[in-house]
Design a protein around this ligand. Structure first.
Ligand code: TYD
Ligand code: MG
Length: 427
């Protein structure tokens, strides 16, 4: 038997010269990007769609995904041919929509099929700058079993599109339907097979849409862009900061307005809580737009640190605009909103809570405090409850009062002077 070093000696003969391994930063080419001029879209992707990348655009049915990618197709038509393959809508439906959007279909090639192989063969022949597949769920890698919608089918479809895209340099956009309860039916299975995932959120019966980068190999994940859905399609919103609240004064019990970080934006949202007598053995707790765990923690803090129990009550919490907020900077607002709902007293007018909450019921500083307070002040808020540990310089903000507090109970006394110290329950 050969001594084991023989393997190393064999391998040594095929080692490339050191000069080939050397790294030269100058030789790195930045990715080529396709810029559409549709601001929020380009920005969420980190400066446009990278040539040869595959992006999944996810969202609930009816939210506006097809509308968005048609508009993107129209813009990319300036650069070259775009092949739009729809497995869901008829040719005339799509033409009708094109007309409604006022798009020039000059460079748009439109195909309707459910065959993945057929779509890719077309793209191979046409070699467009971008291939749009609408939707992931409507194509099958195996024409025999179309419509099964199994994870294996979705993965095989996404892998084939992404592979085609890598091989040919044709950028691909795949639309993926997502179910409302947040368990992302299809897209979750294929996230690792694509270069980026953008989610479209919002109230599909309302006007505003948020586009959020989940994963992005070529940009910042978490980046957001805002649109308004109009009768002529999606229109970018340059400053979304106050788009999601109608009135910031004389709020109902349970409502608290607060700035929330969304990507690089700070956006005013209304946290709404409703508490109602429960007739269930274990009362309901439903959080829409924020993590269920955070609702449970806020309830626990209220009970243990502020003497306000939600026992026997069903609790519903919602964020206006119907998008999700991960930002911990709304913690105190969430606590206030629950307190306000449970005691049935409104928050004092023009007072805004801007802090994170610790388990001890302690107020913690938020990032970008200056920006949040400035936004609140611009929208008519005059008093701000912040953490006593915040070190931000807010001295340039005039005409406002800052309450620097250590604990939730002290904060509540500012926001709810009528409620502080009152009995823990209301009827
Ligand atoms: P659509 O793009 O079909 O949603 P998805 O592909 O995510 O299922 O959007 C459907 C909704 O958008 C539909 O209810 C009509 C509305 N819409 C407008 O309000 N304005 C428009 O210009 C267009 C094209 C659609
Ligand atoms: Mg659609």
């Amino acid at each position: 038997m050969e001594p084991r070093t023989g393997v190393v000696q064999d391998a040594a003969r095929s080692v490339p010269p050191e000069s080939e391994l050397r790294v030269e930063l100058d030789s790195i080419q930045p990715e080529q990007r396709l810029v559409t001029g549709i601001g929020p879209w380009d920005e969420v992707l980190g400066g446009g769609l990278v040539v040869g990348s595959t992006i999944l655009v996810g969202g609930e049915p009816g939210i506006g995904k097809s509308t968005l990618v048609l508009q993107i197709s129209g813009a990319l038509g300036q650069v070259g041919k775009v092949l739009y393959v729809s497995g869901e809508e008829s040719r005339s439906q799509i033409l009708g929509r094109l007309r409604r959007l006022g798009l020039n279909p000059g460079n748009l090639l439109l195909a309707t099929t459910n065959s993945l192989a057929g779509a890719l063969a077309m793209a191979e022949q046409v070699r467009p700058v971008a291939l749009i597949m609408d939707s992931l769920q409507s194509f099958s890698p195996d024409d025999e079993v179309f419509g099964s919608g199994t994870p294996a089918q979705l993965k095989a479809t996404a892998a084939a599109i992404s592979g085609f895209s890598k091989k040919t340099g044709v950028s691909a956009l795949i639309i993926g339907h997502v179910t409302k309860d947040g368990t992302i039916a299809g897209p979750k299975y294929v996230e690792h097979l694509v270069d980026g995932v953008l989610y479209m959120e919002g109230d599909r019966f309302g006007a505003y849409r948020l586009l959020r980068a989940g994963k992005n190999r070529y940009g910042r994940s978490g980046e957001t862009g805002f649109f308004e859905m109009t009768s002529n399609g999606l229109v970018p919103i340059a400053d979304p900061s106050s788009a999601f609240v109608s009135d910031v004064h004389n709020l109902q019990p349970g409502s608290v307005v607060v700035p929330a970080a969304q990507g690089s934006f700070a956006v005013l949202v209304e946290v709404q809580a409703l508490a109602a007598t429960s007739y269930l053995p274990s009362p309901r707790r439903i959080a829409t737009g924020l993590d269920y765990g955070r609702l449970m923690i806020a309830l626990a803090i209220l009970e243990r640190r502020a003497g306000t129990s939600a026992g026997g009550k069903d609790i519903y919490v919602n964020i206006s605009g119907d998008f999700s907020v991960e930002d911990r900077g709304i913690d105190l607002a969430l606590g206030w909103s629950l307190y306000s709902a449970l005691r049935n007293i409104p928050v004092r007018d023009a007072v805004m809570p801007v802090a994170e909450l610790g388990l001890a019921g302690d107020l913690r500083p938020v990032f970008n405090l200056h920006r949040r307070v400035e936004l609140g002040a611009r929208m008519g808020f005059r008093e701000f409850v912040i953490s006593d540990k915040a070190r931000d310089d807010l001295s340039d903000l005039n005409g406002i009062t800052l309450h620097r507090k250590r604990y939730m109970t002290e904060a509540i006394a500012i926001g709810f002077p009528r409620g502080a110290g009152a009995a823990p329950d209301v009827g």
